[in-house]
Write a protein that binds this ligand. Structure first.
Ligand code: NAD
Length: 469
């Protein structure tokens, strides 16, 4: 295939030519690069990162520190600790029939990789996969979201500061930039974004049989049963839902609550909201804004749709279009065809649905696409096991939310509509690696007894081998 007309082919070619040099670095060389990224984010560019995210969508500095900077620093520390063992040869056993051989596998770099990232945690979701890609020994082209231009510019500066473009390059641009890049025969594509665009990425990748990791979104349900500690559950859900103002892939999208505790839940929710953000939420410095007017309008349309179907606004509902501000809003009594129950909300609106039995709750969840995250609040082990065994989800957190995405020892990712492949820690390293199987013949082995010509004696030996070895 001729790619010479592609705007980015020259850069791609340079990375391809350089890939073995990058691949053949040892763990010390790779760690050095990771430590340089850590220093840039933690020290040199920290203030610029905070300012940029504030300018992009008024993200509070504390949230930038916790959900962007801290996450990447943690990922780097974790990789630094384990990279040597991840990169070593992994010996495996030898079946008797292969006597005379030894076997092992190793993780080799995939080659030239593409990372496409979204706007909602733009720094974290660009550098987190980058850490894994570098740890695994790849060269990388990055395309961040065009919707958060301030942080994209800072990220471009960091990458330019630390890497030659034949190793890591960041290209800023609109959707067309992604589309042009996606035509190139990358060895791996790591995409984070919506399921809709995930399908476009996978289709483009199929043309070159590039492997893909798709970190997608969807509706993450939260089940609260009658044994849950309501006050504690509410505190965590208010935090998990309104962190980043609901613009989080693993945010609790909607609540499924036992009908007997709904009123207590809503009462407690109001109190907790005031405690976190005061009664004057619009002036609170602890909550960021909806990204832009398109997303603001999308959320207002959801709200209008709910109102037109006689849903009950339990809390909030007021908005200010000049500031892309919508009060934290809780809605109940939504009919099944309400748009809020059909698409990922990705904003400060929380629908509540009640259930009578847990069967009803899990049947509802199982009638939808597999979620990225499913949350359970309960103090009854039987109920927790019942939910875990009868639903499917990429990740689950019990008696809390979001935290499952912060443990570097856990894989992170969805299933089917919410994604494929895993990231974080070893799982991210593995995703950017080809697991190469190696068998070495050490001395004349048993297997040569099976070579042609196939005499009756050999057939007997084959029969014995099938039966006993
Ligand atoms: P998006 O899918 O609109 O965009 C993501 C990236 O894809 C951007 O860089 C964009 O430029 C590019 N893109 C957009 N349209 C494209 C097209 N037609 N062809 C090629 N590239 C295209 O997602 P978003 O709005 O930036 O982010 C929100 C979505 O991402 C939500 O669905 C959320 O749940 C999901 N998300 C998932 C995770 C995860 O880890 N699973 C994390 C964050 C966000």
């Amino acid at each position: 295939m001729d790619y010479s007309n592609n705007r980015y082919f020259d850069l791609f070619r340079k990375q391809k030519e350089n890939q073995y040099k990058v691949a053949n670095t040892n763990y010390k060389g790779r760690t050095k690069k990771l430590v340089a990224i850590k220093h840039a984010i933690e020290v040199t560019y920290k203030d610029q990162i905070r300012e940029a995210l504030y300018n992009d969508f008024k993200k509070p500095f504390a949230e930038t520190d916790l959900t962007e900077i801290y996450q990447i620093i943690g990922e780097i520390k974790h990789a630094k600790k384990y990279l040597k063992s991840w990169m070593s040869n992994h010996k495996v056993s030898t079946p008797l029939a292969l006597f005379g051989t030894s076997s092992w596998y190793k993780y080799e770099p995939k080659g030239v990789c593409l990372i496409i990232s979204p706007w909602n945690y733009p720094l974290n979701l660009t550098f987190d996969p980058l850490v894994s890609a570098i740890a695994a020994g790849n060269t990388v082209i990055i395309k961040p979201s065009e919707l958060t231009p301030n942080i994209s510019s800072v990220m471009a500066k960091i990458i330019k500061d630390l890497f030659h473009e034949n190793e890591v390059a960041l290209i800023q641009g609109e959707v067309e930039t992604s589309q042009e890049l996606l035509k190139l025969p990358f060895n791996h594509i790591f995409f984070t974004g919506s399921p809709k665009v995930g399908k476009i990425v996978m289709e483009a990748a199929a043309k070159n049989l590039s492997s893909v990791t798709l970190e997608l979104g969807g509706k993450s349900p939260t089940i609260i049963d009658e044994t849950a500690n309501i006050k504690s559950a509410v505190k965590k859900i208010v935090w998990g839902k309104f962190l980043n103002n609901g613009q989080t892939c693993v945010a609790p999208d909607y609540i499924l609550i036992n009908e007997t505790i709904k009123d207590d839940f809503i009462q407690s929710f109001k109190t907790q909201l005031e405690h976190f953000f005061t009664k004057d939420v619009i002036n609170s410095n602890s909550i960021c804004r909806i990204l832009n007017s398109d997303h603001f309008d999308r959320l207002i349309n959801h709200l209008e749709n709910a109102k037109s179907k006689n849903a009950t606004i339990e809390i909030g509902g007021k908005s200010d279009s000049d500031k892309n501000f919508l009060e934290p809003t809780v809605i109940s009594n939504l009919p099944e065809d309400a748009s809020l129950l059909e698409s990922e909300i990705f904003g400060p609106i929380l629908p509540i649905k009640t259930y009578k039995t847990l069967y009803e709750a899990i049947n509802y969840i199982n009638s939808k696409e597999k979620p990225l995250s499913l949350y359970i609040y309960s103090s009854n082990k039987k109920n927790i096991d019942f939910i875990l065994n009868n639903t499917r989800a990429g990740t689950t957190c019990i008696n809390n939310n979001l935290l499952q995405a912060s443990n570097h020892y856990l894989p992170f990712g969805g299933s089917n509509n919410s994604g494929m492949g895993k990231s974080h820690g070893f799982f991210g390293f593995q995703e950017f690696s080809n697991t190469r199987a190696i068998l070495k013949q050490n001395f004349k082995g048993f297997i040569e007894n099976f070579y042609p010509p196939y005499t009756s004696a050999k057939q007997k030996l084959i029969d014995l081998t099938i039966k006993w070895f």
